[in-house]
Design a protein around this ligand. Sequence first.
Ligand code: ADP
Ligand code: MG
Ligand code: ZN
Length: 497
Amino acid sequence: MTKYTPTIGLEIHIELKTKHKMFCECLNDPEEKRPNLNICPICLAHPGVLPKPNKEAMEKVLQLGLALNCHLSDIAKFDRKNYFYPDLPKGYQISQYDKPFCQNGYLEISDIKEGVYQFKKIPIRRIHLEEDTARLIHEGGSSFVDFNRAGIPLAELVTEPEIHSAKEARRFCEELHLIIKYLDIGDADMEKGEMRCEVNISIAANELGDSSKVLGTKVEIKNLNSFRAVEEAIKYEIERQTEMLEKGEKVIQETRGWDEKEKKTTSQRIKEEAHDYRYFPEPDLKPIKTAEVFPLDDLQRAIPELPNDKRLRFLKEYGLKAQEVEELVYEPPMADYFEKVIMELDGLKSTEGKEREERIKLAYNYLSTDLKALMIQNACGVESLKITPHSFATLIDFLDKKMISSAVGKAVLAEVFESGANPEVVIKEKNLLQVFDTAEIDEIAKLVINQNPQAVADFKKGKVNALQFLAGQVMKESKGRFNPQLVQERIKNLLTN
Ligand code: ADP
Ligand code: MG
Ligand code: ZN
């Protein structure tokens, strides 16, 4: 029996968010719609000009390297990668060959299996810095070149071929994207081409019992501009190559493009033998003494808590479920707000163990459903919330102590969201405290019973819905103030005695 093992290696380009381009003073503005505005003799490759490396870009690639557990080279060097293409005015790209800024790191991808986080380290071979190419625009039979993008700093990350499924590759791209956002070094919008993934994929065919690690012939896939495309293209390619091998055919080394409409890959070009870029050191740029120019302490200071640290800390400190933690990890401002709420909540009443977990859970639920819904309805971001963490915690405290019903809780939340008022004041002024007084409940319940003979008859025939209906009416009369369990109890009591 033959076992087919897919192997995937990724090459990912990320445009760095800097003020200027990589080797000149032109603005780095990926949003610029007017072509050829952010250009100068340097990024247009006029003869005799000299490149000047952008410190901000170098700092950012080093931060990325640190965040991805890389070894930072003490000395980094720029090299020329020579090839001809109309989007490359110099006829070469300034890139890095044997001394990239970052080497031998790893990114830990995560997955949630049966509610539990699973982590896996994917080794990273290198991250180097280079310049982006111009953009080619094909229109009405002609081609145009827009040099706004030419020279934008580009980090290229290369993984080892140690990814073994489409899902893992997708998770790698998603996690890298998240880390870039946390570091705030790029926008990395794949649809805008600010992050571009190339996938290398091969299938090793091993007879059962043969544990040799020889990889198969790899195929490279380009044009992947979403996480979903990365996953789908790999799935397709694994099937295509496996079928070929099963038929006794040979996979050829080539570059294939992903066709988003047809959901398949098609051959673009067969790779020329020994693709030779004739790399050589960039004579116009001195090697960079990174350790001297960018002290490690300074780099480290700029690195915030990273997603995996947040995941582990949130699990431990707040006792949330992995899936809940995950939602917050993807929304750092919301996660910060949540943490402030919990701090306030702890300040209002000191609890521990299960009791604290229940309070946190209540806060999380109101935050992730009710508050989130209000924010979406009103297109309001965390930064413009009128309800302060203290107010939010106060409301949760009232709910947790059963001083208000959940219906009142939702109404007060909506009001405080709107006005920024103090929920305690709103509750007191509007007299919204939950009512446990059976006499007061009975009074309204009797009224409702008298007005709804049909429901009463249904109840007596054993219809459960009838009780729900009557209880609903009583709750409505009380404007949500009555304790809902008591309401049901009292109605049953009145109807059966
Ligand atoms: P090349 O020299 O052809 O560019 P590299 O060894 O530099 O190849 O690797 C380029 C990318 O391809 C890396 O991301 C690497 O992980 C991946 N890769 C290399 N060999 C294979 C293979 N046999 N199967 C899948 N991916 C591979
Ligand atoms: Mg390569
Ligand atoms: Zn320029």
